[in-house]
Write a protein of this length. Structure first.
Ligand code: CTP
Length: 462
């Protein structure tokens, strides 16, 4: 929206605006926005013939968006959002929370969306076909705007005590939220926890932006993204262009595992998770649904990837088994080969005159081999071989032993700096031969490997 300097307005108009804003308990700037929004709605968008043409060629043509409007002064921006989405050919079905009705009327929302506005969880009219399930089923994407702190908290903890939260709990569709709240609420530890949880659950965020709040004198993070920014995020998610891995599910492991000795000590290795996480992100960018089982790492979760955090090899194996079947399994984790046979229940104490304790070790499950030999073996199984000597011979042995299709072999001897570093030089060992890749960044390795995986999954045989 173009910016307006209230200072430059005619004195009498400014006075009327001040009175109107005070009567509504809003700032003058918010009042102007609201007036302009109403004006925009009153102006017909296009003649029916024109709008049909726009819709047929719109970037969101035929896409069904369920728009959940939360409470808050930013709710007025949803009127513009609906208009912009419809201009692009989307079908918008609105759901208003009870509190949102204090900010926008169902009448205005329904008129703009040209659809019924849903507000009640238990409505005789809408519930005959389990309303909230149907609403989710009939959508390509669910958008929550504004997403209040309260709605985010409900989503994070799985509450379903009104129509909006019930839809969000019952849905298996992608969900995009546009948070809007006071900066102190946005930065509150509770909201931070909820944000992290929602991100982990695969919820996409657009905004919030920095800026002035409706409350005078307040500014900071918490302003809802502008309608066009939300539209762009929606277009990004619903773009018609087919990505090469769209519809494919890929299970991954990454990072080290920690094997406890006692409640305070564990056995670990130097894996940072950088290479595995980069591959997960690259696969997701190509449209795959990536489920990543990660050992303890300090790097952030990769974008657009569902991450399951585990600690030990056995937890990692259990998580991977639960994620099968899948189209591909890419096992990058540096799984500890052994764990202690008897994990001590209490911290092992030094005793004067006694020798250091001898740790008895037993072998951990081989997760890659388990997947390779599994009844639900994915079409493509890729393992990594971290070696310090006899790279190719060891990689070839692993290919057979673990029933993998490819082994990505890398030299992790200390001098290479691969473990924990940002670069990698790998070789792809398959039954057909060895492909040698030059030294490149872990990001580049990830991009190239993701492209190779996409090509393999597009062919019938790998
Ligand atoms: N791997 C696994 N589970 C294990 C050990 C390894 O899934 N318990 C996987 C790794 O994720 C990797 C591949 O197997 O994809 C090879 O890992 P690596 O540590 O190089 O091989 P190991 O089988 O452990 O053999 P070794 O340590 O003797 O070289």
């Amino acid at each position: 929206m173009a910016s307006i300097t209230i200072r430059n307005l005619d004195v009498s108009i400014k006075e009327k605006l001040r009175l109107r804003a005070a009567a509504h308990g809003r700032s003058m700037e918010e009042e102007v926005r609201l007036i302009l929004g109403e004006l925009g709605n009153a102006i017909p968008m296009a003649t029916p013939a024109m709008s049909t043409t726009i819709r047929a060629s719109g970037s969101l043509s035929g896409r069904r968006i369920l728009l959940i409007i939360g409470a808050g002064i930013a709710a007025y921006k949803c009127l513009d959002l609906i208009r912009r989405l419809r201009e692009r050919g989307a079908q918008v079905r609105p759901v208003l929370t009870k509190a949102a009705e204090e900010f926008v009327t169902p009448l205005a929302v329904g008129a703009l969306a040209a659809d019924k506005v849903f507000t009640e969880l238990f409505s005789r009219e809408d519930e005959h076909d389990v309303g909230h399930i149907r609403l989710s089923r009939e959508a390509d994407l669910i958008v929550v705007a504004p997403a209040t702190a309260d709605l985010m908290a409900k989503m994070a903890s799985g509450l379903a005590n009104d129509l909006a939260s019930a839809i969000l709990l019952a849905t298996d569709k992608r969900v995009l939220i546009a948070p809007a709240m006071n900066p102190r609420m946005w930065n509150h530890p509770a909201t931070r926890r909820n944000r992290a949880m929602l991100q982990k659950d695969g919820i996409r965020f657009v905004g919030p932006n920095k800026g002035e709040m409706a409350e005078s004198g307040e500014s900071g993070d918490g302003r809802m993204a502008e309608p066009l920014e939300i539209v762009a995020a929606i277009e990004g998610l619903l773009a018609r262009r087919q990505k090469p891995l769209a519809g494919k599910t890929i299970v991954m492991t990454s990072g080290p595992t920690h094997e406890p000795i006692d409640p305070v000590r564990y056995i670990a290795n130097r894996s940072s998770g950088k290479q595995g996480h980069a591959i997960a992100a690259a696969l997701a960018r190509l449209g795959a649904t990536v489920r990543l089982v990660s050992g303890p790492v300090t790097i952030p979760d990769p974008e657009d990837v569902t991450v399951i955090h585990v600690s030990t090899a056995r937890e990692m194996r259990d998580a991977v088994e639960q994620l099968l079947p899948a189209d591909a399994a890419i096992m990058v984790a540096a799984v500890a080969d052994w764990r202690t046979a008897n994990e001590a229940g209490e911290k092992i104490k030094k005793k004067p005159g006694e020798k250091a304790p001898a740790l008895q070790m037993i072998e951990n499950p081989d997760i890659l081999a388990g997947v390779g030999h599994s009844k639900s073996r994915p079409r493509l199984v890729v393992g990594f071989a971290a070696e310090t000597q006899d790279l190719l011979a060891n990689a070839k042995r692993k290919l057979d032993k673990k029933a993998a299709d490819w082994i990505v072999a890398n030299d992790v001897s200390h001098a290479t700096g691969v473990m924990g570093g940002d670069r990698n030089a790998v070789r792809i060992v398959t039954r057909l031969g060895v492909e040698e890749w030059p030294d490149m960044s872990k990001e580049e390795v990830a991009e190239r490997l993701a492209a190779k995986i996409a090509a393999a999954l597009q062919t019938v045989e790998v």
